[in-house]
Design a protein around this ligand. Structure first.
Ligand SMILES: Cc1cc2nc3c(=O)[nH]c(=O)nc-3n(C[C@H](O)[C@H](O)[C@H](O)COP(=O)(O)OP(=O)(O)OC[C@H]3O[C@@H](n4cnc5c(N)ncnc54)[C@H](O)[C@@H]3O)c2cc1C
Length: 260
């Protein structure tokens, strides 16, 4: 079924729980790569020195691939522009109304601050080259791109004609990383012991955060995830799938695969 959650509140809740259980958060520290000896992780190199550790998790979102390459770990994923529009307030829209999705139109939506949030999983998505983003980029967004989103807004108007006369507050365009099969990566790197990867969430990172984070924690602490995770294995791809030219072509089709 459908559910909704405030991602900021959810993240804050995870942090609070983690701190209560002894975790420390170091913000503004740039990880360069893992440090290893005899093919096992012994630490991470950062712009503020080395941190010794027995286990590292590369969960660096769309940056995970580049960080992996520093240790010859292949993490095939690539960011694409990903959108939703927020409308002005609409009559008859209420917070606990059901979400809707139209798999033919590749759109979905729900209430958001009195208006509608209308998002799409577009055909021929637009790859984003990380080196072309302004730095630092965390918490930032891309420019509105109505050329790419308009066909999906038209689909939404077709389903909900009142949208034609409704103002748009903003068109959110954030880069989101997709893998070559739009499934997440959740695995220990075959190339390096104790180097775990949780990345390439392919537009389900909020939904899957609790489950995948929990399974990964169990794997690290107990030595066994307790579930068959082969669907998310890094071994489902070869080195050829981590080439940039392949990824840029492949991910164009991945958002629209969301609706099957
Ligand atoms: C428009 C849009 C709509 C979406 N809608 C949904 C939705 O409805 N439901 C859903 O589940 N998901 C949705 N998503 C996707 C979701 O937001 C992502 O899947 C999720 O945020 C990914 O989380 P992450 O932790 O893997 O990566 P990120 O949130 O990108 O976090 C990666 C972190 O790693 C840090 N980092 C990177 N490199 C380094 C480094 N070298 N050193 C130190 N730190 C580093 C970054 O600063 C960042 O904080 C949407 C995304 C977009 C763009």
């Amino acid at each position: 079924g459908d559910g909704r959650v405030d991602p900021t509140a959810l993240t804050a809740a995870y942090c609070r729980e983690a701190k209560q259980n002894g975790a420390r958060f170091l913000e503004g520290v740039n990880v360069k790569q893992a440090v290893s000896r005899t093919n096992a992780v012994t630490g991470v190199d950062t712009d503020q020195g080395q941190i010794r550790c027995e286990v590292v998790v590369n969960c660096a979102g769309m940056w995970a691939r580049d960080i992996g390459l520093k240790n010859n770990v292949d993490i095939p994923l690539y960011a694409v522009e990903h959108f939703y529009a927020l409308t002005e307030s609409l009559k008859d829209v209420y917070p606990d109304m059901p979400t809707f999705r139209d798999p033919d139109g590749l759109i979905y939506g729900r209430e958001e601050v009195g208006g509608l949030l209308v998002g799409c999983f577009d055909h021929d998505a637009l790859p984003v080259r990380l080196s072309e983003l302004p730095a630092p980029f965390e918490f930032a967004l891309l420019n509105e791109n109505w050329d790419q989103f308009m066909p999906y807004m038209e689909q939404a108007i077709h389903r909900i004609p009142t949208l034609a006369d409704c103002g748009i507050r903003t068109l959110v365009n954030g880069p989101e990383s997709f893998t070559p099969d739009a499934e997440a990566h959740l695995d220990e790197a075959p190339e390096l012991k104790n180097y775990f990867v949780l990345a390439g969430l392919s537009s389900s990172g909020v939904t899957r955060s609790g489950g995948m984070g929990g399974v990964l924690a169990r794997w690290i602490v107990e030595g066994d995830p307790g579930l068959d995770l082969s669907r998310y294995s890094l071994k489902r791809f070869g080195p050829e799938h981590n080439r940039e030219d392949y990824l840029r072509r492949r991910v164009r089709d991945m958002p629209s695969a969301h609706f099957g």
